[in-house]
Write a protein that binds this ligand. Structure first.
Ligand code: SAH
Length: 258
């Protein structure tokens, strides 16, 4: 399952067109690797890869090493079944526009059958209309309409996360809490019996009302769903409280419950 997910993600190319800042290329590599993407394609990048690129890649050097280099966008898109362009602006051209989750789902669905690409523009001017027209659809990350342009690597991070989310959903992957050693029904019963006994010993509450009190306390502890260790701690506290009140306790109340 996980392998299928990994291989679908490796068929998604992140294509950067004429990136100007060396640091951004490194930050994109890092953003990609954190989300399990590995295929980076650079179209006529302006700077050579330098120390800043490596510093911002923060260990995603393998993504940089294997990055494809192309003179033109069409070269970077050879063999792609689906090409989606990321646009910072709305209504750049009249073209099908997708929300990030939708774009991620479409890319992933096609990646099951072959290569796909997600294209990002220049820091200064984005993608040209000719470049946008090479894409089957555009994706826009909804942002503040008055300040809509994300840093290139930040845009890659958001869409890479959407791709990972879509891949996880498709493969039923979910974060799970580690299994807890919850107290069983019988252990909870023994605890409630111990609690009732301790409350009598320390003379807490009105004995005539104790039924109501015990129901409330039961509800509280059911809600807390304690584990075995927690129940043992609580019972230790009850035993200590009982011991403290021993002189006033009746003989039956000092019997240690199971
Ligand atoms: N100043 C440029 C934007 C450059 S940001 C412009 O106005 O078009 C560099 C690239 O990051 C963009 O070309 C786009 O691919 C991506 N990007 C930035 N913000 C985005 C957003 N809100 N939605 C989708 N892509 C975005």
């Amino acid at each position: 399952m996980i392998d299928e997910m990994t291989s679908a993600l490796t068929r998604i190319r992140i294509v950067l067109v004429e990136t100007t800042h060396p640091g951004n290329i490194g930050a994109v590599a890092r953003a990609m690797k954190t989300m399990g993407l590995s295929r980076l394609d650079l179209v006529a990048p302006k700077p050579p890869i330098d120390a800043e690129t490596l510093a911002r890649a923060s260990g995603a050097d393998d993504v940089l090493e294997h990055a494809g280099r192309h003179a033109t966008l069409p070269e970077a898109l050879v063999n792609c079944r689906l090409v989606i362009g990321a646009s910072a602006r709305l209504r750049t051209i009249d073209w099908p526009l997708l929300e990030p989750p939708e774009a991620a789902q479409r890319l992933l669905a096609e990646a099951a059958h072959g290569e796909v690409a997600l294209v990002f523009g220049r820091e200064s001017s984005g993608l040209s209309n000719v470049e946008l027209a090479r894409c089957q659809a555009l994706v826009h990350i909804p942002t503040n309409p008055e300040f809509s342009s994300l840093n290139l690597a930040a845009a890659v991070q958001v869409l890479a996360y959407e791709l990972r989310r879509a891949a996880r959903a498709a493969h039923g992957e979910q974060l799970l809490d580690p299994p807890r050693d919850v107290a069983t029904a019988d252990e909870m019963e023994s605890f409630h019996a111990h609690l009732a006994q301790a409350l009598r010993v320390i003379q807490f509450g009105d004995p005539a009302q104790s039924h109501k009190l015990m129901r409330r306390l039961r509800r509280l502890f059911h809600r807390a769903s304690p584990d075995r260790t927690e129940i043992n701690i609580l019972r230790g506290i009850l035993t200590a409280a009982q011991r403290h009140h021993l002189p006033s306790a009746s003989a039956s109340d000092t019997t240690v419950l199971p």
